[in-house]
Design a binder for this molecule. Structure first.
Ligand SMILES: O=C(O)C1=C[C@@H](OP(=O)(O)O)[C@@H](O)[C@H](O)C1
Ligand SMILES: C=C(OP(=O)(O)O)C(=O)O
Length: 444
């Protein structure tokens, strides 16, 4: 999973983006589809699975613990699960590559199985905090020996039967919520998570879809999610909707590049994920939802986006969880807006694949954009639609979203934006540059 050679890029300046594309499957849903299928008894089938490195790391780990996972010639995946409680001792360390979701959710799964797993990852993942899952999983009985600061590499010894807990999330994190719920699957009794701030709810939706007893209540303390173990999961046929976090790049690219008109097909619009569309519309973006429908239990539409003039806004803090991975590209949109955009309330950005606040500040400043850094976000003074100066170098720091966001910024620059390494894009969006070439006409 470690990246070979860095792959530098000089971003080609675009005159317009046009055409239709279909973004790959949702990363969050793809991880969960594999994990729950691996715990069902019998064969599940998943269509539209994201075939990015992060999801493939999840698949490899589940195979190492006994699940049979295969890609068919038609592109659909079949998974023969081992049943809840049936995960086997992996023979060697689980290499999580760059993927926080794989690591934290699999730690949850393993926490209530009588097995030991070692988790390793790349330099980016090895710098990310795992204490947030170690704390609740330890309360359930798992024994974790982590590297200093609660980081990877770490060893986790599960306990079976584990102890059900009630846990109020100290950080708004769907990964922590999901780790606890997944541990609760093989834990006798009711495991309960309270989330004061709602985060993406794919785990709750999919657990219920696989037949687990999941109860979601809205209370004065926030959303309370209860799962009853030991659950039995029934195999499913899953269709994964397109990833709104991948569609985000084209929403911003087509908005900022004059004369653009793009349709992005099959975009997941679960309200816990759709914050960027709301924020861009507040700024003046022209985004139309076509053919709204339901795919795999999730709301989906085709999105038509046309070039539009943007105005700076103060991004409402309560949008943060529903667009947490989209801040880097929102910062890019802000760089082209008229006036100042204040995007704060997102201190979690500091502990993603990179410190996304510092990384985007440096990347935008290097390309002539006026930026002020705050502990929890950025304020950006935009060009009012003009091209940014460009001409600067971007350090992606093993972060796919920095690479793709600054590629978008470079489409409308006076001098080319240079990026030190775009190879991390393969973690979440392997066809990003093919689709960019298609939309800009560079592939013709
Ligand atoms: O549960 C998930 O699939 C994810 C949750 C978010 O992380 P946090 O739980 O750390 O907020 C998000 O940033 C990540 O890309 C995917
Ligand atoms: C934060 C992200 O992913 P993960 O936490 O799974 O590495 C992301 O994809 O932006």
């Amino acid at each position: 999973m470690s990246h070979a050679e860095p792959s530098p890029l000089t971003v080609p300046i675009a005159t317009r983006l046009s055409g239709r594309i279909r973004v790959p499957g949702d990363k969050s849903i793809s991880h969960r589809a594999l994990m729950l299928s691996a715990l069902a008894v019998g064969e599940s089938r998943v269509e539209g699975l994201l075939e990015g490195e992060d999801v493939l790391a999840t698949a490899a780990a589940l195979r190492a613990m006994g699940a049979r996972i295969e890609r068919g010639g038609d592109g659909a995946w079949t998974i023969n699960g081992v049943g809840v409680g049936g995960l086997l001792q992996p023979a060697s360390a689980l290499d999580m590559g760059n993927s926080g979701t794989s690591t934290r959710l699999l730690m949850g799964l393993i926490a209530s199985h009588p097995i030991i797993a070692n988790f390793t990852g790349d330099a980016s993942l090895s710098s990310r905090p795992m204490e947030r899952v170690i704390t609740p999983l330890s309360r359930m009985g798992a024994d974790v020996t982590a590297s200093p600061g609660g980081r990877l590499p770490l060893m986790l010894r599960g306990l079976c039967p584990a102890v059900p807990i009630e846990y109020e999330l100290p950080v708004a994190s769907a990964q922590v919520k999901s780790a606890i719920l997944l541990a609760g699957l093989n834990t006798p009794g009711i495991t309960r998570v309270i989330e004061p701030v709602p985060t993406r709810d794919h785990s709750e939706r999919m657990l219920a879809g696989f037949g687990a007893e999941v109860l979601v209540e809205q209370t004065s303390r926030g959303r309370v999610i209860s799962i009853t173990g030991e659950a039995e999961l029934r195999p499913q046929q899953i269709v994964v909707p397109g990833d709104p976090s991948s569609a985000a790049f084209w929403l911003v690219a087509a908005t900022i590049v004059p004369d653009s008109d793009v349709v992005i097909e099959n975009v997941g619009l679960n309200p816990t994920r759709a914050g960027l569309v709301t924020a861009l519309r507040m700024m003046g973006a022209d985004i139309t939802e076509l053919d709204p429908r339901t795919v795999g239990g999730e709301p989906v539409a085709d999105l038509r986006v046309r070039h539009a003039a943007l105005n700076g806004i103060t991004v409402p803090h309560d949008l943060a969880p529903s667009m947490i991975d989209e801040y880097p590209v929102l910062f890019v949109a802000a760089a082209f807006a008229a006036g100042r955009t204040i995007a704060r309330g997102a201190d979690e950005l500091r502990v993603k694949e990179s410190d996304r606040i510092a990384a985007m500040r440096a990347a935008l400043e290097a390309n002539g954009v006026s930026v002020t850094e705050h502990a929890d976000g950025l304020s950006i003074d935009g060009t009012g639609g003009e091209a940014i100066p460009g001409g600067g170098c971007v350090a992606t720091q093993l972060d796919h979203r920095i690479a793709m966001s600054m590629t978008v910024a470079g489409l409308h620059a006076r001098a080319p934006v240079m990026i030190d390494d775009v190879s991390p894009v393969a973690t979440s969006y392997p066809v990003f540059f093919d689709q960019l070439a298609q939309l800009t006409g560079a592939s013709a």
